[in-house]
Design a protein around this ligand. Structure first.
Ligand code: FES
Length: 114
């Protein structure tokens, strides 16, 4: 006899409030702490992006870098990353940094951490 299986359960996504939207000015960066580690927020033309705050070259904080358009340059050796995806764009970094989904609700910035 056919028995219907229940659909596999998925864990609910977990979001963490990390800052007020006003704390990240357009063209600016902000370092925040989360339970998954350090994250850098970037404001590109009013849109907020979130990357792991650790350069994939030698682990220095990207929040010390400069945002130029949608590219974040690490100040230590000049690697560049696409803030939208975390993709490495320029040597010496060759691997991406983790990026996090972002939601801005009622003036607060949330990132998905799980
Ligand atoms: S630590 Fe970022 S480029 Fe070297």
């Amino acid at each position: 006899m056919y028995r219907r299986r229940s659909a596999p359960t998925r864990a609910e996504p977990r979001w963490a409030r990390v800052a007020a939207a006003g704390e990240v000015p357009e063209g600016g960066l902000k370092a925040v702490s989360t339970e998954t580690g350090a994250v850098v927020l970037a404001n590109v033309d009013g849109d907020i992006y979130a990357l792991e705050d650790r350069c994939s070259h030698q682990d220095y904080p990207l929040s010390a870098g400069e945002l130029e358009g949608d590219e974040l340059e690490c100040p230590f050796h000049g690697a560049r990353f696409d803030v939208c995806s975390g993709r490495a764009l320029q040597l010496p970094a060759i691997t991406p940094v983790r990026s996090f989904p972002v939601d801005v609700r009622n003036g607060d910035i949330f990132i998905r951490i799980g």
